[in-house]
Write a protein that binds this ligand. Structure first.
Ligand code: IPM
Ligand code: MG
Length: 361
């Protein structure tokens, strides 16, 4: 009997629907090839959900996600919704999805693709061979810490504040994910914090250090976040697995992504313990090119591959997609964001057609 999976699709905003269409077309071919059955259900999140229902994460969407085997998200946000109150912003929908599904572990690989090395803003000698993964804590820290808010103090000044807080168990569970990943990769884990200044970072460092005893094969190091940012630019090859909190991970994962010169190529996975995982490109919704058939769908397609590998345990199918992407790059096809002299410029749709052709030939 065919293995059947229920997949929730969240195309979101901006270029989301165009790149999602390519990923779905690819998944359909994969289903035939590997004798799988995908039941796709589309749901609203972000700006498109705000327009349709008034809220960025309708209860119905969260329910649909919870009932599925995996969630594939494209991108959310756009200028149109930037000035709404925070509760009605697209970003709030994404954060609600992460919290609602308890997806505390965000995996963001940043690997140099040899065919695209010229697209990196850094010199070839520095980025050649970079292959790292940022493991970002995703449901705690300053993004969700209480109390938070805005108030008027006795002097009449308006003051706003957020709280950066972690519990020992929150650090432990993300550290465990990171140690496991590091032990399956190169056995090198770097924990990033700001323990020279922040109490919350001292707890982080103490808990990660404690866990290292359970992983004698993993070599653990610690860096302060400012130094980590510098080291990532200066000599990124020293890193294998990086584990860090929500805010530092947000910043460092963008930095790591741009090293590869192709943020349009990078997938990510967000995983929890009891709910389906969420898979999405690292890049945003690029409202400036939405609907123009200029978007690079490859990060979305590779997110579908990551979903097959980490969410549905179908590594062969994932590998097939990854090989097809490589083949297309090797054949010289590029979207605008990764274009270089001598290559063939294609649009989003054509990139999809090339993938299908590769997968079916
Ligand atoms: C990311 C994004 C989000 C974040 C925004 C859109 C809320 O920057 O996924 O990195 O800050 O986590
Ligand atoms: Mg970010």
């Amino acid at each position: 009997m065919k293995q059947k999976y229920r997949i929730t699709l969240l195309p979101g905003d901006g270029i989301g629907p165009e790149i999602m269409a390519v990923a779905v077309a690819v998944m359909k071919v994969i289903a035939t090839k590997f004798d799988l059955e995908f039941e796709f259900t589309e749901a609203l999140v972000g700006g498109s959900a705000i327009d349709a229902t008034g809220e960025p994460l309708p209860a119905e969407t969260l329910k649909t996600c919870k009932e599925s085997d995996a969630v594939l998200l494209a991108a959310i946000g756009g200028y149109k919704w930037d000035n709404l109150p925070r509760q009605q912003r697209p970003e709030t929908g994404l954060l609600g999805l992460r919290a609602g599904l308890e997806l505390f572990a965000n995996l963001r690989p940043a690997t140099i693709i040899p065919q695209l090395i010229e697209a990196s803003p850094l010199k070839r000698e520095i980025v050649e061979g970079v292959d790292l993964i940022v493991v970002r804590e995703l449901t705690g820290g300053i993004y969700f810490g209480q109390p938070k808010g805005t108030f008027t103090d006795e002097q009449g000044s308006t003051r706003s504040f957020n709280t950066m807080v972690y519990s020992d168990w929150e650090v432990d569970r993300i550290a465990k994910v990171a140690f496991e990943i590091a032990s399956k990769r190169n056995g090198k884990l770097c924990s990033v914090d700001k323990a020279n200044v922040l109490d919350v970072s001292q707890l982080w460092r103490d808990r990660v250090t404690l866990m290292a005893k359970d992983y004698p094969n993993v070599e653990l190091s610690h860096l302060y976040v400012d130094n980590a940012a510098m080291q990532l630019v200066r000599s990124p090859r020293q890193f294998d697995t990086i584990v860090t909190g929500n805010l530092f991970g947000d910043i460092l994962s963008d930095l790591a992504a741009v090293l590869t010169g192709s943020i349009g190529m990078l997938p990510s996975a967000s995983l929890g313990l009891k709910n389906p995982g969420l898979f999405e490109p690292v890049h945003g919704s690029a409202p400036d090119i939405a609907g123009m058939d200029k978007a690079n769908p490859l990060a979305q397609v590779l997110s579908a591959a990551m979903m097959l590998r980490y969410g549905l345990n179908q590594p062969e199918a994932a590998g097939e997609i990854e090989r097809a992407v490589n083949h297309i790059l090797e054949s010289g096809y590029r979207t605008g964001d990764i274009m270089s002299p001598g290559m063939t410029l294609v649009g989003c749709q054509q990139m999809g057609e090339l993938l299908i052709k590769t997968l079916t030939s």
